[in-house]
Design a protein around this ligand. Structure first.
Ligand SMILES: [Zn+2]
Ligand SMILES: [Zn+2]
Length: 644
């Protein structure tokens, strides 16, 4: 017998019981809604056999990992349907993502969105057939034989084998797929499905490979949840920064400039300038010292930092290593540059903590297929910082970096949307990292203690660390629910050593400082994208590129209007006059579409009474008031960065 701890209550089972049977013993309801499980904290399949005392947590669709198993099962059902309808299809990979699932495949004939209904109907049949899903493992040779003709699967099997992994499969009736799982127990456990789109995708995201077709879908345990989700997605499309940001003339792109290189138009550039001033002023208040370092450096610098060995593919290299005496590269991050500032003179413990910040423009050579609006870009600007301190100062300084980030997020109204991820290294993929196992265990242990001490709730991301150290990533979801890292705070005990950075401690000994890498706001382009989506373009007053739009009812009101404009501008407000000879109703509607926070309308009566008539973006007509009264209202809102 073994003892299984189920969220605090203990139950006894026969040796060799499966997780699914454990779920069943709790109740048929839970068994039917079970998607996967956590055994001793690790996500695993419901088919997992238990042979010793352990902690078991059953995951359902309401859990993040449960959802993934659910969607991944739906992706297999989709592949099975395609296989039935289009025999000879070659399957690549079909994972669950943040908002549903996809499968990349090479079909014998290209299909279009019109074919999705047919595939969906076949999926519904497979769900109705309620086929049992079985898992099995095979030795490499047999695995290859089973997947013969499935070129992508064969390639993956060879890769998994080289890494010493088990080759596992999932079989549901006439369809078998190479897969690590976990999966639901039966196809009938998936209820409502919808295929949403088809795009092209290169095998392994590499443009030199074959272009495959990627089919996207979504699934829910109830039809009503699916419908709710589809309505939400329709709403999201209207807020999509890549659409709305262009409509509001915040940014654009140009084919001759290139993909992933957006152009900020005057309104977008204004918002970024406001964010940047806000961040730099706040950092200064909190003891950060501004540096301004070059955009490029010789390869020598990146060789010391390890970027040349671990990050070269992601960098823009200028020159040819074979031919040129000196090769340069555009910077992908600022760390090695700010370390040179630290090395400018001898340091003692009295200099620490030394906090360097910089508004850094960085360059990363991402695959062109990945480019998207302001979010996937090749050049971006970020509020980067590096802090050198003694081991005793580390926790306190880490906390302050986190407080700075939280302050920024709260001010921007984004804080409620974030979650934390503790990004660790992958000990099975050593080549990706510098440093020894002890160094990693030490850095991660230290970070874990700090996070627990600060009571930060986090998820763990294995293999998500930087090559030189673990990170706390502040994650945020975009309007479609897709998660991205916005802010990161990292502990690094390795790069200081590589660069020979030391300080003289109280005891006269030379010691290596601890380093924190941090950003205090996401890169400005991504933050702008998030703000566009969050506010659907209706930015808080302090961030609005045009804060007040002045509208004369007739041309004879223009002189008075320009006088009002001057008074507002003297107080620092950004104003625009709409002096076109259009009807006032039309001008109001246009200003509304531009999402300008305030409109000032002036007619005969206003001039007579020495007032202005105010309209607010959301509330509409606020009536007539004097310019002074209007200022009394809007100055505090702007200065306090009020979100309304
Ligand atoms: Zn799979
Ligand atoms: Zn850094």
């Amino acid at each position: 017998m073994i003892k299984v701890d189920l969220k605090g209550s203990e139950k006894e089972f026969e040796n060799g019981v499966s997780v699914a049977e454990v779920a069943k013993s709790i109740g048929m309801g839970l068994y039917k809604s079970a998607c996967a499980a956590k055994v001793n904290g690790e996500v695993c399949d419901l088919r997992t056999v238990l042979n010793e005392d352990c902690k078991v947590e059953i995951l359902t669709f309401d859990d993040k990992e449960g959802k993934k198993a659910y969607w991944h099962t739906a992706s297999h059902i989709m592949a099975q349907a395609v296989n039935r309808l289009y025999p000879g299809t070659k399957f690549a990979i079909g994972p669950a993502v943040d908002n549903g699932f996809y499968y990349d495949m090479e079909l014998p004939q290209a299909i279009t969105n019109d074919d999705l209904a047919k595939i969906e109907a076949e999926m519904k049949k497979i769900i109705k057939e309620d086929i049992e899903i079985e898992r099995f493992e095979l030795p490499v040779a047999e695995a290859l034989a089973l997947m013969k003709g499935q070129d992508y699967k064969e390639e993956l099997i060879r890769e998994h084998a080289a890494e010493g992994e088990h080759i596992s499969f999932y079989k549901q009736g006439d369809f078998t797929d190479l897969c690590a799982g976990p999966h639901l127990m039966r196809t009938g456990n998936v209820k409502a499905v919808k295929l949403t789109s088809i795009t092209g995708a290169y095998w392994r995201g590499d443009a030199s490979n074959k272009m495959l077709q990627r089919l996207y879908g979504i699934a829910f345990p109830k039809q009503s949840l699916l419908e709710e989700h589809l309505t939400m997605m329709e709403e999201a499309k209207k807020r999509d920064h890549n659409k709305l940001g262009r409509e509001l003339e915040l940014f654009t792109t140009s084919d001759v400039i290139g993909q992933g290189l957006p152009i900020l138009l005057p309104k977008g550039a204004r918002i970024v300038q406001l964010l940047q001033r806000f961040v730099e002023d706040e950092e200064q208040r909190r003891g950060w010292l501004l540096t301004k370092t070059p955009f490029m450096a010789k390869s020598d610098l990146y060789k010391i930092s390890g970027h040349w060995d671990h990050y070269k593919d992601g960098m823009f290299v200028l020159g040819d290593e074979e031919k040129d005496k000196e090769v340069f590269a555009l910077r992908p991050m600022t760390c090695p540059f700010q370390y040179q500032a630290y090395l400018n003179r001898k340091r003692s413990y009295r200099d620490l903590p030394l906090r360097y910040n910089e508004t850094s423009t960085l360059f990363r050579n991402e695959a062109s297929g990945e480019m998207h609006g302001l979010i996937r870009v090749r050049q971006f600007t970020i509020s980067e910082g590096h802090l050198m301190c003694t081991p005793e100062q580390l926790e306190d300084e880490f906390r302050k970096c986190l407080e700075l980030a939280i302050f920024m997020l709260k001010t921007l109204g984004l804080y409620e949307d974030v979650s934390y991820r503790f990004s660790q290294w992958d000990p099975n993929d050593r080549a990706k990292y510098i440093g020894t196992e002890e160094q990693w265990n030490e850095a991660q242990g230290l970070m874990e203690r700090i996070l627990n001490h600060l009571e930060i709730p986090y998820e763990i991301g294995i293999g998500e660390a930087a090559f030189y150290g673990p990170k706390l990533d502040i994650q945020i979801k975009n309007v479609y629910g897709k998660e991205d890292t916005l802010i990161t705070i990292q502990i690094d005990q390795m790069l200081a050593e590589q660069f020979g950075m030391v300080y003289t401690d109280k005891d006269g000994k030379q010691k290596t400082p601890c380093i924190i890498h941090r950003t205090s706001i996401g890169c400005y382009e991504r933050t702008l994208a998030l703000l566009i989506e969050k506010y659907a373009g209706a930015f808080p007053l302090w961030l609005a590129p045009v804060q007040v739009k002045l509208l004369p009812i007739a041309d004879r009101h223009l002189d008075y209007l320009y006088e009002v404009k001057k008074q507002l501008e003297d107080k620092g407000f950004r104003c625009e006059v709409d002096d076109r000879s259009e009807k006032i109703g039309y001008k109001i509607r246009e200003a509304q579409l531009e999402k300008v926070p305030y409109m000032v309308v002036v007619g005969d009566k206003d001039i007579e009474n020495n007032t202005i008539s105010i309209r607010k973006r959301k509330e509409g007509d606020l009536g007539a008031m004097t310019v002074e009264q209007f200022l009394e209202k809007i100055v505090p809102d702007r200065d306090n960065k009020v979100i309304d």
